[in-house]
Design a protein around this ligand. Structure first.
Ligand code: FAD
Length: 347
């Protein structure tokens, strides 16, 4: 399916979200693509409940609150989101148009691309033992798409954070057996979840082992067990049907490195006027870009988003002057925002 729009924003972190707003004020439509299943980028993925103190006029807000507020702020512009799909390719069709392709096969034709990809796409940290890639997607998994897939199976779950503990609890009633393996008995998960896990172990409904995975044992093409080196320096084979690893996510620049953009130490080089890359029509804002004096702060990304929007407005309407208007007083912006303003304040 081919979609047509003005601009594709790669990345739904705070800067990508605010980019929708700045484009929307200027009457420019956007589609947003993110590799993650939910918007918010680092704010949601790395620190949803931590307080941020340096967003102008918001003395304190958590990563989640900032994301929720941004999503509310951009609602009037109806940007379409394509989540859970990495942008794999950006191809220039001609001087005017680009084609953006995602890992799920979504094609979007657009007239400008804004890369707001932060540190890169978040990808699961993989099990680091030989041949783990051979079983990936068959018996080794880094996400749970359908819990019923594990009904009646023997599962080993690796990890000590919220995802590992949450999935251990969620799959325990479905699976035949669940063994949680973590390198120590200190967990990074919510204390209440850890307490529930320990209670299930006490009731002999699941098992917890302190240890590290050191190898895989297969018969033919089937993974039969894993080796776990315990805290007592003894290696034990633990039988399983499926191994689920939740070691957290780490960002990777990934396919962005292959789009022909000028890159310096994993960041896209841009000019600090338009935030355009070396490819006219491809812009970069937020943590992904670099220019003299760059600071990786959310508020700097917001500024970049505003200027990139003006530059794109000029690109889409060559020869037309782009006037600066205030949201306080501009009737056209009020229309775009879907707000009505009392006559005496409308200016
Ligand atoms: P990100 O938030 O990184 O979002 C980028 C998005 O792009 C991600 O969702 C990623 O999945 C997606 N993506 C990447 N590549 C692709 C691709 N190929 N296809 C599809 N999607 C892709 N900053 C502050 O200003 N104040 C603070 O107090 C503050 N505290 C912080 C605390 C912590 C613990 C951390 C880790 C960071 C903090 N920061 C803070 C930094 C701030 O979070 C970043 O500056 C900000 O998130 C950058 O936003 P962004 O939108 O550019 O990128």
């Amino acid at each position: 399916m081919m979609i047509e729009t003005d601009v594709v924003i790669v990345g739904a972190g705070p800067v990508g979200l605010f980019q929708v707003f700045e484009l929307g004020l200027l009457g420019i439509k956007a589609h947003v693509v993110d590799a993650l299943a939910v918007p918010g980028g680092q704010c949601i993925e790395l620190y949803p409940d931590k307080p941020i103190y340096d967003i102008p006029a918001l003395p304190i807000c958590t990563g989640r609150e900032l994301t929720d507020n941004l999503l509310r702020q951009i609602e009037p512009f109806g940007a379409q989101f394509h989540l859970d799909q990495e942008v794999s390719a950006v191809t220039q069709i001609d001087e005017q148009y680009f084609q953006v392709l995602t890992a799920k096969g979504t094609f979007i034709r657009c007239r400008a691309v804004i890369v707001a990809a932060g540190l890169g796409a978040f990808q699961p940290r993989k099990v680091a033992v030989p041949n783990a890639d051979v079983f990936e997607g068959k018996q080794i998994h880094y996400a749970v798409r359908n819990p019923q897939h594990y009904a009646g199976k023997d599962l080993v779950i690796l990890g000590g954070g919220d995802s590992a503990l949450d999935w251990a609890l969620a799959l325990q009633p479905v699976a035949r057996s669940v063994v949680l393996v973590h390198r120590s008995s200190d967990f990074r998960a919510a204390p209440a979840t850890v307490a529930k896990m320990r209670a299930l172990c006490d009731a002999q409904q699941m098992q917890f082992m302190v240890g590290n995975i050191t190898g895989l044992n297969a018969e033919g093409e089937t993974l039969k067990s894993i080796n776990v080196l315990g805290g007592d320096s003894v290696t034990r084979a633990v039988e399983l049907d499926h191994l689920l690893a939740f070691y957290g996510l780490s960002p990777k620049l990934g396919p962005i490195a292959e789009w022909g953009l000028g890159i310096d130490r994993n960041q896209i080089q841009v000019d600090p006027e338009k935030f355009q890359s070396n490819v006219p029509g491809i812009y970069a804002v937020g943590d992904i870009n670099t220019y003299p004096g760059k600071k990786k702060l959310i508020l700097c990304g917001f500024h970049e988003a505003a200027l990139a929007a003006f530059a794109i407005k000029s690109r889409l309407n060559p020869g037309e002057k782009v006037h600066l208007q205030y949201t306080t007083t501009s009737p056209i912006m009020h229309k775009r925002l879907g707000v009505s303003v009392p006559a005496d304040t409308a200016g």
